[in-house]
Design a binder for this molecule. Structure first.
Ligand code: NAI
Ligand code: MG
Length: 363
């Protein structure tokens, strides 16, 4: 079977880490006949330099036609002066919007070799494997009215509006239960039903989707503040956490830091299932940015990008065996003491971007 990937390396360290992911795609094609067909295109500042837009219409067409998009990172000081709607980030925002990527997946896993680098005790995070699912296209970041009003008496009023409609909560809830089914079967929904109408409604819709469509799975509810506390105190009690855009923004950053470095964190953004194939539109990317401070030096950590490919194998192609093998290869590489500068520790061997990619590829 042919599987169409669009690789968008982007700016800064993006092309350097994308080169390492290409090595693994080639191995998958050789070793398990994965049938990946990869096209590569420009995005971000490099696309702006080329065609005056952060993502061209032709690239958007490729993204819409691909089974999955692998995205590096965009941005850098070179483009500080470009018009707002053409800035590098506008490329990513257009991809998210046109592909309707409403579900943002941020895993927090603990690689045993790095457990001691965490600020939490080893027993709290050893073996940690949780997934935060954040609603990405609704809620208070987008609701109207959104304004600062001059009241004319020396006072102003700032307004943001949290809005959620039934279909928006239904689809993120379904995504949460579907993901939980491939994992440990437990979903924890977080909102603030004690003080917010959107919280009451969120709770009601998630509860109904669970009862009607996924009664065999476990659903628990937490108030988002108490849930955040539990996430730090005893994170292993969770499997999939589903929450709105605002709470998800905060909780996913907190969860990410349970386990350590920015160079290690992958993410995925999923859209609606295609009517014909059932496959969801999807974009996979590291959490970190283009790291202009280390770009061009060959020292960036490619693991976040490689782990993003792992998520792609798992969530776009149900290649769980291959995804497990990739995760194990990353883990074994770290166990062997092979480290890029950002995660370097005493007694370990320091390698560059290519050295890390090769070490994982070999395993
Ligand atoms: P950043 O994530 O690019 O870098 C923060 C720090 O972490 C830097 O010191 C960097 O060297 C280090 N770092 C990041 N990734 C690393 C890796 N793989 N290996 C080793 N070290 C790594 O965030 P920053 O500096 O705030 O933003 C730089 C540019 O990236 C800006 O233009 C920003 O707008 C853009 N950005 C893009 C994102 C995206 O493409 N999705 C996300 C975040 C920022
Ligand atoms: Mg954030």
């Amino acid at each position: 079977a042919q599987r169409k990937l669009l690789l968008l390396p982007g700016d800064g360290i993006g092309p350097e880490i994308a080169a390492e992911v290409s090595k693994l795609i080639a191995i998958l094609n050789d070793v398990v006949s994965a049938g990946f067909e990869t096209e590569t295109a420009l995005v971000g500042g490099s696309a702006y330099d080329d065609c005056g837009e952060a993502v061209s219409d032709a690239t958007m067409d490729l993204a819409m036609a691909a089974d999955a998009v692998l995205f590096g990172a965009v941005g850098g000081p070179k483009w500080d002066g470009v018009p707002y709607d053409k800035r590098p980030e506008a490329g990513l925002l257009r991809l998210r919007k046109d592909m309707e990527l409403f579900a943002n997946l941020r895993p927090a896993i603990c690689y045993p070799a790095l457990a001691d680098a965490s600020s939490l005790k080893r027993e709290i995070i050893e073996g940690l494997d949780i997934l935060i699912l954040r609603e990405l296209t609704g809620g208070v970041y987008f609701g109207e009215p959104k304004e600062i009003v001059d009241l004319g008496n020396g006072q102003k009023r700032a307004v943001d509006t949290q809005v959620y409609e039934t279909y928006e909560i239904e689809r993120i809830a379904r995504a949460a239960f579907e993901l939980a089914r491939t994992r440990r079967g437990k979903v924890t929904s977080m909102e603030k039903r004690n003080v917010m109408k959107t919280g009451v409604f969120w709770n009601e819709v998630v509860t109904r989707i669970h009862r009607e469509e996924f009664p065999d799975l476990t659903l628990e509810h937490e108030l988002a503040d108490a849930g955040g506390m539990k996430l730090v105190r005893a994170p292993k009690q969770f499997d999939v956490i589903v929450t709105d855009n605002l709470f998800g923004d905060m909780l996913s950053d907190i969860a990410a830091m349970l386990t350590g470095s920015l160079g290690m964190l992958p993410s995925a953004s999923l859209g609606k299932p295609d009517a014909a194939t059932g496959r969801r539109k999807a974009l996979y990317e590291p959490v970190h940015g283009s790291a202009p401070d280390i770009a061009g030096q060959g020292i960036a950590n490619p693991i976040a990008m490689l782990a993003s490919l792992g998520m792609c194998l798992r969530y776009s192609f149900a290649m769980n065996r291959e995804a497990d093998a990739l995760d194990a290869a990353i883990s074994q590489t770290l166990e062997a003491g092979i480290r890029t500068g950002d995660i370097m520790a005493e007694g370990c061997t320091k390698v560059g971007t290519g050295g890390m990619g090769d070490a994982v590829a070999e395993r």
